[in-house]
Design a protein around this ligand. Structure first.
Ligand code: DX5
Ligand code: ZN
Length: 218
């Protein structure tokens, strides 16, 4: 199974963001966390900042929207040049419509679920999406502890995905992934891994990416 490592720039040093983005060029996707201080109690990049980051990044940008109203706003992040846009199921009244809009805008489509949202809520969307994101912390902040109680949900999602007969969506995990926890998530069936502090708090981000990749591949 192909493994993808997605550094999250949420906890990178924003005063030297270009250097921080360049430092992770050996990863697969750049993970961009967008928060509106409503869906989660934290606020991050504006759409203008997102556009600049997307233009600067040599990696495809994996935008993770933690905002209310994705049914209206998600498409803006596709138009801004994201390679993929992931929105939260909990924030969407019309997920199928939003998926359709994102697809029409030419981006890959992801749907995310928070720790308290059961996998079965997203089951009907699996054939329509390119990636399912299972949050392994409560969304909002980097540097939190991996929630081990999400491992059965990752296993359940892997089983559900393997029953599909056409294209299989990627299974992404986000939150608390470190050299201690990434192998657990990989063994449970994840193939796409977001890591913020494990990469940006490491002395050598490129080495951290290599180590995480090795641990996830075993
Ligand atoms: C949290 C964000 C994550 C965050 C992960 O809500 O969605 O992408 O940056 O950070 P770590 O890897 O430090 O848990
Ligand atoms: Zn994220």
């Amino acid at each position: 199974m192909a493994i993808r490592i997605c550094p999250s720039i949420l906890n990178a040093d924003h005063s030297r963001l270009k250097d921080e983005i360049t430092a992770v060029a050996t990863a697969d996707l750049l993970h961009l966390d967008v928060m509106d201080n409503i869906f989660v109690p934290n606020q991050t990049f504006s759409i203008t900042e997102c556009r600049e980051i997307i233009q600067f990044s040599t990696l495809p940008v994996d935008t993770h929207l933690m905002i209310i109203d994705p049914d209206v706003k998600a498409v803006l992040y596709a138009q801004a040049g994201s390679a993929s846009v992931t929105f939260h199921l909990e924030a969407s009244a019309e997920p199928l419509e939003t998926i359709k809009q994102l697809r029409a805008a030419g981006t890959r489509v992801g749907v995310a679920i928070k720790p308290n949202t059961p996998f079965e809520n997203v089951l009907h969307l699996l054939p329509e999406i390119d990636m399912l994101l299972i949050m392994t912390v409560e969304p909002g902040f980097g540097g939190q502890k991996f929630m081990h109680d999400q491992l059965p949900k990752i296993e359940e999602a892997r089983r559900g995905i393997s029953l599909l007969n056409e294209k299989l969506p990627w299974l992404q995990v986000d939150g608390g992934l470190t050299i201690e926890t990434i192998a657990l998530a990989a063994r449970a069936g994840a193939d796409t891994f977001v890591a913020g502090s494990a990469i940006y708090r490491a002395e050598n981000p490129a080495q951290a990416i290599r180590t995480l990749r090795e641990l996830a591949s075993q």
